[in-house]
Design a protein around this ligand. Structure first.
Ligand SMILES: Nc1ncnc2c1ncn2[C@@H]1O[C@H](COP(=O)(O)OP(=O)(O)O)[C@@H](O)[C@H]1O
Ligand SMILES: [Mg+2]
Length: 307
């Protein structure tokens, strides 16, 4: 089954590995396949507007391309929407949710902020009644630990909340999130030792503890391989064989450095791929992601070919 035929994807990984970039690339790719897509950011200092060259993205959903909407969810705005969905009538909502004590209570309830955002994103993919607004919702999750905390919430609510609307919604979400035909995680990592280790741990936590399917692995910023495996050990020892005054010493040092990086990369890729049983895309380094939309378009095309 195609990754982009799911209804709900979480893009997860360590901070800085490229989650937002990959989430945006996937969202563009799906919109190209004629899916109606919502890219939902979780209360972050967003860079999607830079990637796609649009106005800054706020807590209201905006359309940025044909078939592609984006929102930067905040707990306050999401809670308000959620409250309105439950209470239906604005006057009742105002009376209840604008109450200082009620707001203080909601803010103090652990997990509720996370659920307001996750629940909002879920509602767009799977409303309690009628057709969903979107074919696919992609959540650009917060960094590892926070993402796991967030993803645990519906399962906790499902098991501890008293029967009622909140528990019913959480149970519906929990069921969808564990259904590999409809939802799952896309892990993003870098081809280096530490990120690979963290990704393996994250994948274990998702698959074994939270039991959310890991559907795809993206190894981001993969170096173009210049040297064959047999050539690398030769290069790695070169500088010690070449005199200080040799004209090719600079070349040798550069060659050695590159060969070492390629060796580290090959090991990290092998390790992460042997632990994570999911299809994998490797993305190269793209110049100009911040300044020119052709870079994110190219990244999106590369994803489209490999997911
Ligand atoms: N494939 C890539 N090529 C070049 N730069 C990248 C690539 N992926 C991410 N980046 C850069 O790395 C930085 C972090 O990416 P970002 O998507 O914001 O990571 P995260 O959301 O995981 O924190 C950004 O400056 C981004 O432009
Ligand atoms: Mg990000």
């Amino acid at each position: 089954m195609d990754l982009l035929d799911r209804r709900f994807l979480f893009v997860v990984g360590k901070g800085g590995v490229g989650k937002t970039t990959v989430a945006t690339g996937l969202a563009l790719a799906a919109s190209r396949r004629d899916k109606k897509v919502l890219l939902a950011l979780v209360n972050c200092k967003e860079r999607v507007s830079q990637l796609l060259d649009t106005d800054p993205i706020g807590s209201e959903i905006v359309s940025v391309r044909e078939n592609l909407d984006v929102v930067n969810m905040t707990p306050d705005a999401a809670l308000e929407e959620y409250g309105l969905m439950i209470l239906k009538v604005k006057a009742v909502f105002n009376a209840v949710f604008r109450n200082r004590l009620v707001r203080a209570f909601l803010k103090g309830t652990p997990g509720l902020e996370a659920w307001s955002m996750l629940g909002k994103a879920f509602y767009h993919a799977c409303p309690p009644r009628g057709e969903p607004d979107y074919d696919l919702v992609i959540v650009d999750a917060p960094a590892t630990g926070h993402a796991l905390d967030m993803l645990r919430v519906p399962f906790v609510i499902e098991s501890v909340a008293p029967p009622g609307l909140l528990r019913r919604d959480a149970a519906r979400a929990a069921e969808m999130f564990r259904d590999p035909e409809r939802a799952g995680a896309v892990l993003v990592t870098l081809p280096e030792y530490m990120p690979a280790s963290e990704t393996i741990e994250l994948s274990n936590a998702l698959a074994n503890e939270i039991r959310i399917p890991v559907l795809h692995l993206v190894i981001n910023r993969v170096l173009n391989v210049l040297f064959a495996e047999k050539e690398r050990p030769v290069l790695e020892t070169l500088p010690s064989d070449i005199g200080e005054d040799s004209e090719i010493r600079g070349l040798a040092v550069a060659g050695k450095r590159r060969a070492l990086r390629e060796t580290v990369q090959a090991r990290a890729v092998r390790r992460v791929c042997s632990h994570i049983d999911a299809p994998c895309s490797e993305l190269p380094y793209y110049n100009g992601l911040e300044s020119d939309t052709t870079a994110i378009e190219a990244l999106s095309e590369a994803l489209l070919r490999t997911v």
